[in-house]
Structure formats: structure tokens, C-alpha cells
Design a protein around this ligand. Structure first.
Ligand code: NDP
Length: 340
């Protein structure tokens, strides 16, 4: 069968394309330029199982953008959405996030009577409530009501994070509303990852172009942080390959229908980063000294917020790889890519 992956050139989506190909699915990816399409074609040309093809969709925020791309596909992973904290106007993010999501669904309804399911890449940004102080555990039942309100009240003066989080929340709300309003013949699933970490395989020729989540770790690896920045807790993470597989399971397992799934492997901190960097890459300079005391590390974790990622294991059978593997292989891939 043929799966459409939107925004296939991105960090998580390129791994997701690979995961689908490895399971024997054929994949059509949407990209914004010929150059990005060719890069992926080349990356996946030796895959023995599924075949990769690409189509250009320049502006996902435009009505009818996906009308052609959706033709003949059996399922869709809608992953394209801007992820950065530098938007001036909230609409810079809202339009591609919301219209992109609704647009895929509308194009399917119009042009593809046989599609079975759409998986949307949402985020824990749609779940978390930044007014709730840790320790606290969030689950799939929770919705972020704070960020959309902040953007409504403050417009361009809202924080960059609020604008991004609101864009993800409103896009996922619009996703579910489409199903309620239209009762289409296909169904939907949402994947809600926290910070996504792990090796890069997508096109990225300079560190300045790294996607937001990997860029945050890269500055630790490059010794751009100091002891003052530690412990830098409060985040949860998932390995990019685990979240990619989560998308495959969500698209293919019947039980996923209509559900949201947090794909998260618990808290991670800057302290974890520097300990792992020191262990794996003793030659790297200016890495702040972490605290390896297990009591301290347990305390950091117990004081963190948690995005409970156990449902996807229970319902879809997704297993998480250990954090050491994620951090080590992310470091290795970045050192290889940028030659240091
Ligand atoms: P990337 O920036 O690497 O990928 C984003 C993708 O969306 C790229 O393919 C990009 O295209 C495309 N895109 C962005 N804006 C537009 C637009 N206006 N029109 C067309 N295409 C657009 O980031 P990630 O891989 O991290 O993000 C992928 C998805 O995962 C997003 O939906 C993000 O919100 C979500 N997510 C990410 C997390 C993380 O920690 N990384 C955590 C939780 C959710 P191009 O390559 O041409 O720029």
C-alpha cells in the first residue's frame, strides 16, 4: 500500500518515511523543493522493501494544496508544520498548522474515496498546561488551554513558545473537529511527542539549519553552555526512531482509531546531556561538569513534569529505546554531519 507523508524533508518525517519503507510500505512524500525531493530519493534508493516517490507542495497553508498529492494513497501521516519560536504574528504559524491539517482532510474527502486513516503529528504542546507546576503527570486526556488564550489576548506580544504551542493545539483541535463535523469514511489518530532527539538523516548542511529540538542539544555538544545552565530539567523526550515507528503503528493498527498517543520516554535534562557527552566523547572540550550522583538524578526526575507515554506501549506495542542510545547516536550523527 501507498502512504503519503507530508513535509517529508523534516527531521522526524524523514525517519518516519524510512520506518514505513522498512515495513514494506511505498511512500509518497511532499516536499517544498525539487532539491529536497532529490535528496530523499537518493537517501532511500537502496531500500529493498518499499519504494519512495516525492511530489512538490510548496505552501501547505493554501486551499487545495494537497488535492493532487492525496490521490490514490491508502493512508496519510500529516507531519508538515512550522516548528520554531521566532514568529512575529501568531498567524505565521497558525495558518500553515491549522489550514495545512484541515486542508489534507478536505483534499482526501474530495479526491480519495478509498483512504483509510490519517495520522497527524501533534505534540505535547497540545496537552501541557504551563500554569501547572511540577511535579505533575499529563496524559492524553489533557488539553493545553493556556497557550491559545495567551495568543488570543496578547497577539504578537505572546511568547514565541505560546505561539508555537497554540498553533499545535489549534491544529489538533481542528483535526478532531473535522471528524465530528464531516463523519468521513476514514478515521484519524494523533501522535503527541515531547522533545524529539536522536540521529539526523534529513538534508541539513549547516548547524544553523538544524530543527529546533536537535539544535537545543547541539549547543550542549558544542560546549556553548556552562555550569550555570545546569541542571536544565523540565523536559520530556522521545527517540526520533521510536516516534517514527509510533506513526507507523498508529496508521496500521486498528486499535489506534480515534485515539491520541503521547510517544514519550520520560524526563531528560541538560544534566543527562553533559554526563552522556562526557562519557561518549571525552575529546570534546568545554562540556560543563554534570552531577552523576544517582540520588540527585532521581530527585531531578521526580521533580519534573511527566508526559505519560505508556498508552502507546499498552495499545500499540511501541517500546522505547534507552536514553543513552538516543543521546550517543545523536552526538555521533551530528559530529559526522558537521565534521568535528
Ligand atoms: P522540521 O522543521 O525538521 O520539519 C518540519 C517540516 O514541515 C519540514 O518538512 C518543513 O519543510 C515543513 N514545513 C514547515 N512549515 C511549512 C510550510 N509553511 N509549508 C510547507 N511545509 C512546511 O521539524 P520536526 O521534524 O521536528 O517537526 C515535524 C513535526 O513534528 C511538526 O509537526 C512538529 O510540530 C512536530 N513535533 C516536533 C517535535 C520535536 O521535538 N522536534 C516535538 C513534537 C512535535 P522544509 O523542510 O521545507 O522546511
Amino acid at each position: 500500500s501507498l502512504v503519503l507523508v507530508t513535509g517529508a524533508s523534516g527531521y522526524i518525517s524523514s525517519h518516519t518515511v524510512e520506518a514505513f519503507l522498512d515495513q514494506g510500505y511505498n511512500v509518497r512524500g511532499t516536499v517544498r523543493s525539487e532539491d529536497k525531493g532529490k535528496y530523499l530519493e537518493n537517501l532511500f534508493k537502496n531500500k529493498s522493501k518499499g519504494k519512495f516517490e516525492y511530489v512538490i507542495v510548496e505552501d501547505i497553508g493554501k486551499e487545495g494544496a494537497f488535492d493532487e498529492a492525496v490521490k490514490g494513497v491508502d493512508g496519510v501521516a500529516h507531519m508538515a508544520s512550522p516548528f520554531h519560536f521566532n514568529a512575529e504574528e501568531p498567524e505565521e504559524l497558525f495558518t500553515p498548522a491549522i489550514q495545512g491539517t484541515v486542508g489534507v482532510l478536505e483534499s482526501l474527502k474530495k479526491n480519495n474515496p478509498n483512504v483509510q486513516r490519517v495520522v497527524v503529528t501533534s505534540s505535547v504542546a497540545s496537552i501541557m498546561d504551563s500554569n501547572i507546576k511540577p511535579p505533575h503527570t499529563f496524559t492524553e486526556k489533557d488539553w493545553n488551554t493556556v497557550s491559545p488564550k495567551e495568543c488570543e489576548e496578547q497577539g504578537k506580544n505572546a511568547t514565541g513558545q505560546a505561539k508555537y504551542r497554540a498553533s499545535k493545539t489549534l491544529a489538533e483541535r481542528a483535526f478532531w473537529k473535522f471528524f465530528d463535523d464531516n463523519k468521513p469514511s476514514f478515521d484519524g489518530v494523533a501522535i503527541n511527542p515531547p522533545l524529539v532527539l536522536g540521529p539526523i538523516i534529513h538534508q541539513c548542511d549547516k548547524p544553523e539549519s538544524l530543527n529546533t529540538s536537535v539544535a537545543a542539544y547541539y549547543s550542549w555538544l558544542k560546549g556553548e553552555k556552562t555550569e550555570k545552565d545546569l541542571p536544565a530539567g523540565g523536559m520530556n523526550y522521545v527517540d526520533v526512531r521510536d516516534t517514527a515507528l509510533g506513526h507507523v503503528l498508529a496508521l496500521t493498527k486498528q486499535e489506534a482509531s480515534g485515539e491520541r498517543f503521547i510517544t514519550g520516554n520520560g524526563p531528560v535534562s541538560g544534566n543527562d546531556y553533559v554526563l552522556e557527552i562526557t562519557r561518549d566523547f571525552p575529546d570534546l572540550k568545554n562540556i560543563p561538569k554534570g552531577n552523576d550522583d544517582s540520588e540527585y538524578k532521581n530527585k531531578l526526575r521526580s521533580e519534573s513534569i511527566v508526559h505519560d507515554g505508556s498508552k502507546v506501549t499498552k495499545v500499540l506495542g511501541l517500546r522505547y529505546r534507552p536514553v543513552e542510545e538516543t543521546l550517543k547516536e545523536m552526538g555521533q550523527s551530528l559530529r559526522e554531519r558537521f565534521n568535528f
